[in-house]
Design a protein around this ligand. Sequence first.
Ligand code: 2AM
Ligand code: CA
Length: 271
Amino acid sequence: MSLYDFAKGLVLEAGNKVRTMMKEELNIETKSNPNDLVTNVDKATENYIYEAISNNYPEHHVIGEEGHGHDLENIDGVVWVVDPIDGTLNFVHQQENFAISIGIYRNGEPYAGFVYDVMKDVLYHAKVGEGAFENKHPLPSIEDTRLKQSLIGINPNWVTKPKMGPIFSEIVNECRSCRAYGSAALEIVSVAKGQLAAYITPRLQPWDFAGGLIILNEVGGIGSNLLGESLSIASPNSIVIGNKAVHNEILEGFLNPHKEVLTELHQRFRK
Ligand code: 2AM
Ligand code: CA
C-alpha cells in the first residue's frame, strides 16, 4: 500500500474512533489558559495515529499537538504533522465543525495533506502535484477575487486586540463580510473550495495549517505569514492565506503599511 493510501485509511479510521468515543462522557482539561481545552479524545486520537505510524513506519517522525515530537530538532526524513482535533472548542461545545488534520513532509518538502471533517464525513486530501480532492471529487483551481466582493475568515477575538485590532479592522471594513469557523484546518479548506477568499490569523501552530496548506497549494491558493514570508512547519507562525489576488491585495494594501507593528507582534506570538 502506498504511503498516501495508508495515511488516507488512517485518518478515516481515526475519525471513526472519534465518533465512537464521543458517545461516552468527555473528560475535559485546561492547558495554557481556561479557554485552551484538551479532552481525552484529543489525546487518545493522537496516540492512536502515533502508534499506527510507528508500527508501520518506525523510521518516520510525528509532530502532534498533544505532545509527540515537540523536541524534534530537524525535519529530515518523513515527518507527519498531526492535529488530532483541530477546533477543540467546537468539538466540546458543538460536537461538530472540527477536523483531524495531517500534513506529511519529506525532507522538509510537502508530500500530502489531509483534513477530515469528522462529523460530515468529508475528507479533503491532496498529494503534491496530483490535485486536491473532496472525498472522490477533484477540487477545481480557485479563482482570483477582489477583497470588496469576498468573504474572509477572521476570528473576531483578534479584532478587539489593542495593536492587531486596528490593522485587522481595515481588512474587515474592506471585505464583503467575515466568517469565523473556529477550526483553522476547515477555514483553510474553505479557501481551497473558494468559499472564503482568504483566512488571516496572527498565530497558528504547524499542526493547525500543515495539512490544509498542502491542499490549498494544489488548487492554486497561496499562504505566507503576515510579513509576506513563506511558511514552514518548523515553528508557529502568523498566517494569511488566500487566492493569489486577495492574498496580494491584503499584503500590499493592508499589512505591508504596518510592517513595524506586525514585526513586533509576530515575534511575540512566535514565542
Ligand atoms: P485547536 O482547536 O487545535 O486548538 C481557532 O480559531 C483555531 O486556532 C483552531 O484551529 C485552534 O486550534 C487554533 N488555535 C487556538 N488557539 C491558538 C493559539 N493560542 N495558538 C495557535 N493556534 C491556536
Ligand atoms: Ca488541536
